[in-house]
Ligand binder design. Structure first.
Ligand code: UD1
Ligand code: UDP
Length: 353
């Protein structure tokens, strides 16, 4: 009998990661895909199933939005029922969202071995909800799949060395796999009526950047100093915060609904620069060799900064302007996030364990 893995997803980036990992896992194990329902708008969830040919969901928990305690607690209750029913040999969680935390807690309490994809990331800022989620997931995992050597070292510093594997970043696998498909479709640039190289791309969604109206206003001021059009596919959280606080959108900013991953890759590749607070987008900028400006006070993806492809500037318009005017780094991004074969390694290691 083959091993049964329950994979827990719920938020946009987890769907992208699962697209490549699920395919690899299904070559070795039987997989049960659980969607917590943390993200539920068409543009935040279903579009990824349609574009990326994800396997269909076996259990949709339909939890939706709420406070951290309510959301995580509701997921925990529902996941426990699924795990009682499915009796898997592994629970697999991704990244650092509340869906990750709930999956990690449900598995640990039921003493089902836990596997964590994207282990060992740290911002060293516990005011970030994601930092708590990743620390808990790493602490309880039996097997930890790290995307980089620095994430292995972060775990070492916390005394976590057993079951740690540097496999590379599954988002790099996803980008390599889906970029040719993205190029094969009608270009989103034509639809949006922007020319390659003539616009910057922005995404913002972090709690710190959206919950405080003053900080969000400062971010709008940061986008206003960009000398080109800024294409801004806005996360629903950000759109809502802009609306409720009646913040003005700068004239050079083209506010869009969130786009699917294939269109996002093309928008990233065509941009002259990317301004973001997203983890995934910082790395995609690095891999696609598009200069990135990170509107945060720190980053977990330290390698992107070391070669000058990414600059962390906070939300200060002057620093944004300086970062936008820096030259293109001369050095190509080094292969610090693996070789694009992380998903296969993850599947093999889980099947062997
Ligand atoms: C979550 C993760 C974050 C990750 C991000 C990826 C946590 C604590 N945060 O942040 O680490 O980077 O997903 O995108 O898990 N909303 C909608 N429609 C949706 C989803 C959300 O309108 O489909 C709105 C709701 O008002 C909701 C808010 O966005 O309250 C925030 O959603 P939530 O899932 O709690 O956190 P994210 O900001 O998406
Ligand atoms: N992304 C997308 N459409 C968008 C914005 C982002 O497909 O409108 C993709 C992006 O290319 C990356 C992932 O979503 O692969 C990043 O997710 P997000 O920024 O929501 O979360 P984070 O990576 O910060 O956790």
């Amino acid at each position: 009998m083959s091993l049964k893995v329950v994979s827990v997803v719920g938020a946009r980036p987890q769907l992208i990661k699962a697209a490549v990992v699920s395919e690899a896992i299904r070559k070795h194990c039987s997989e049960v895909l659980v969607h917590t329902g943390q993200h539920y708008d068409y543009e935040m969830s279903d579009i990824f199933f349609a574009d990326l040919e994800l396997p269909s969901v076996d259990h949709h928990l339909g939890i939706g939005s709420g406070s951290h305690g309510w959301q995580t607690g509701s997921m925990l209750i529902a996941l426990e029922e699924v795990l009682i029913m499915e009796t898997p040999q592994w629970v697999l969680v991704y990244g650092d969202t509340n869906s990750t935390l709930a999956g990690a807690l449900a598995a640990s309490k039921m003493r089902i071995p836990l596997a964590h994809v994207e282990a060992g990331l740290r911002s060293y800022n516990r005011a970030m909800p994601e930092e708590i989620n990743r620390i808990v997931a790493d602490r309880f995992s039996k097997i930890l799949f790290c995307p980089s050597h620095s994430s292995v070292r972060n775990l070492e510093k916390e005394g976590i060395t057993n079951g740690v594997h540097m496999v590379g970043d599954v988002m790099y696998d996803a980008m390599l796999h889906y970029l040719p498909k993205a190029k094969d479709r009608p270009s989103p640039l034509e639809r949006i009526e922007v020319a390659a190289g003539a616009y910057a791309l922005a995404t913002i969604h972090r709690a710190k950047n959206t919950d405080d109206p003053e900080r969000l206003a400062a971010i709008m001021a940061c986008l206003a100093v960009v000398e080109t059009t800024v294409v801004f596919p806005a996360h629903p959280r950000t759109r809502e915060a802009l609306r409720t606080n009646q913040l003005a959108i700068p004239e050079n900013v083209r506010l869009l609904e969130p786009v699917g991953y294939l269109d996002m890759l093309m928008l990233e590749q065509g941009a002259s620069a990317i301004l973001t607070d997203s983890g995934g987008v910082q790395k995609e900028a690095f891999w696609l060799q598009v200069p990135c400006v990170t509107l945060r006070d720190e980053t977990e993806w330290v390698e992107t900064v070391e070669t000058g492809w990414n600059v962390v500037v906070g939300v200060d318009p002057e620093r944004v302007q300086a970062a936008m005017n820096r030259g293109r780094p001369v050095e190509s991004p080094p292969p610090v996030y693996g070789d694009g074969k992380a998903a296969g390694r993850i599947a093999e290691l889980m099947a062997e364990d």
